[in-house]
Design a protein around this ligand. Structure first.
Ligand SMILES: *Cc1c(COP(=O)(O)O)cnc(C)c1O
Length: 388
C-alpha cells in the first residue's frame, strides 16, 4: 500500500489555490523574470526561501514540483533539471574533484558511463572502477583513499541487478564516500533510498514521473540542505534548469503516478510469467519473479516493480530482430515509463567487447509494459514469438 503522505504529496502538496484565484491546478509561470518596487526589494530576494527574481535560478511552477519530489523521497530539498543526465552530471560535478575515484555499477545507464569514460576521465582525471554490485565485497574491494562517490542503480534497467542499499550506504559512510542512486526504475512510490542511508537520489522524470512520453527532465533529492543549495547554485551557473511547461507536465504526471505504477506492476507480472514459460524465451530478467536471484532483497527494499523487463530470446540476433519487428502493440523505441509499450533489441549492434563487458549476447530484448492491458500485450508477444 502506498503511504498516505505520499498520496497527498502527489496530489496536493506544494500547491496553494488561494494564491492563484482558486484554480484547482497551478498556473504555468511562463515568465523569465520577476519585477520589483525598489532596489532594496530586488537585493533582498532569497532564492532558497521560494523567492524569485530570474527564471534560471528558480520559478514558482518549478518550486511546486520540487516540493512534491522532496517530500516523496523523504528528502529536505529537490532540484529539478532539464534532463536526467543534467541531474546526474550535476551530482558528479558537485561531489567529485580533479583526481577523484568513482565506483560505478557495470549495469548503470550507458550515457553515465560515457560521461565518466569519455569526458570526465580526460577533463578531470577522474578514475572509475566498474563493479557488478550484487555482492557488497565488490564495493569494498574497489574502495581507494581517493574514492569520493559510489554510483548505483537498483534495480538496474537492462539486467535488473539489485544492490543492498543499506549495506553500501554503511560501507560508504565508514569511508567518507558519498552514495548516489538512480531510482528511476522504482519511482518514489516503490523505493525510498534516502531512508536506507543513500545520500543522493536521482530520477529522470522523462520516464514514470512524467509518465506520458511528452517531456524530458531530471531531479536530484537529498537530506543535506547545504549540499542541495550548492546544487541549486550550480544549476544556475550551468543553466540546465527545467522549464515551467515541463514542470507543470511533471506535476500533472505525479497526480496519477501511484495508480499508473500499480497497473504497470500488475501488467508486467502477468507478462513476465507468460514469457518465463515460453519455449522461445531463454531467460526473463524481472525482479518481480521468484526466479530472480535477488528476489528476496528486492522484496525487502521495494514495495513493487515497474513495467520494465528484459528477455533473452532462444535464437540468433536475427531471430531476435524478427521478433521485435513483428510486434504490433509494442512499438520499437528506446525510452520507457510512458503509457505505451515499447520493445528494443538492446544488444543487437553490440561489439564483441561490449558483449564481453556485460556478459550478454546479441539476443536481449528490453520490453516496457505500458497501460494497454496484460491480455493485449501477451497476445502481441505470443504472435511475434511465433514468427521466430
Ligand atoms: C532515460 C534514463 C536516464 C536519462 O534521463 P534523461 O532524462 O533522458 O536525461 C537516466 N537513467 C535511466 C535509468 C534512464 O532510463
Amino acid at each position: 500500500m502506498t503511504d498516505n503522505q505520499d498520496l497527498l504529496a502527489m496530489t496536493h502538496l506544494g500547491e496553494d489555490p488561494s494564491k492563484y484565484m482558486k484554480s484547482v491546478t497551478p498556473p504555468i509561470f511562463m515568465n523569465s523574470l520577476h519585477v520589483f518596487d525598489s532596489v532594496e526589494d530586488y537585493f533582498s530576494v532569497d532564492i532558497f526561501k521560494d523567492e524569485y527574481y530570474y527564471g534560471r535560478a528558480s520559478n514558482p511552477t518549478v518550486t511546486i514540483l520540487e516540493k512534491k519530489l522532496a517530500a516523496l523521497e523523504h528528502g529536505t530539498r529537490a532540484v529539478v533539471f532539464s534532463a536526467g543526465m543534467a541531474a546526474c552530471a550535476a551530482a558528479i560535478l558537485a561531489v567529485c574533484k580533479t583526481g577523484s575515484h568513482v565506483i560505478c555499477m557495470k549495469a548503470s545507464y550507458g550515457p553515465v558511463q560515457h560521461l565518466l569514460n569519455d569526458f570526465l576521465k580526460e577533463k578531470m582525471e577522474i578514475s572509475v572502477t566498474y563493479v557488478d554490485g550484487t555482492d557488497l565485497k565488490d564495493f569494498e574491494n574497489a574502495i581507494r583513499p581517493e574514492t569520493d562517490l559510489i554510483i548505483l542503480e537498483s534495480p538496474s534497467t537492462l539486467i535488473f541487478s539489485v544492490v543492498d542499499l543499506e549495506g553500501v550506504a554503511k560501507l560508504a559512510h565508514a569511508h567518507g564516500i558519498k552514495t548516489y542512486i538512480d531510482n528511476t526504475y522504482s519511482t518514489p512510490v516503490f523505493q525510498k533510498p534516502l531512508d536506507m542511508g543513500i545520500d543522493i537520489v536521482m530520477h529522470t522524470m522523462t520516464k514514470y514521473i512524467g509518465g506520458h512520453s511528452d517531456l524530458i527532465g531530471g531531479v536530484l533529492i537529498s537530506r543535506d540542505d547545504e549540499f542541495m543549495k550548492k546544487i541549486m547554485v550550480q544549476r544556475d551557473w550551468f543553466g540546465g534548469v527545467l522549464g515551467p511547461m515541463e514542470a507543470w507536465l511533471a506535476i500533472r504526471g505525479l497526480r496519477t503516478l501511484d495508480v499508473r505504477m500499480q497497473r504497470h506492476y500488475e501488467t508486467a507480472m502477468k507478462v513476465a510469467e507468460f514469457l518465463e514459460n515460453h519455449p522461445k524465451v531463454k531467460h526473463v530478467y524481472y525482479t518481480g519473479l521468484k526466479s530472480h536471484p535477488q528476489y528476496e532483497l528486492a522484496r525487502k527494499q521495494q514495495k513493487g516493480e515497474c513495467g520494465l523487463m528484459s528477455i533473452e530470446i532462444d535464437g540468433s540476433a536475427e531471430d531476435t530482430a524478427r521478433f521485435v519487428d513483428s510486434l504490433k502493440i509494442f512499438e520499437r523505441g528506446c525510452s520507457w515509463g510512458g503509457f505505451e509499450s515499447l520493445a528494443i533489441a538492446y544488444t543487437y549492434n553490440w561489439s564483441e567487447e561490449e558483449q564481453a563487458f556485460h556478459n550478454l549476447n546479441r539476443s536481449i530484448v528490453r520490453l516496457h509494459c505500458g497501460l494497454e492491458g496484460a491480455e493485449n500485450l501477451i497476445a502481441d508477444l505470443s504472435q511475434a514469438l511465433d514468427k521466430i
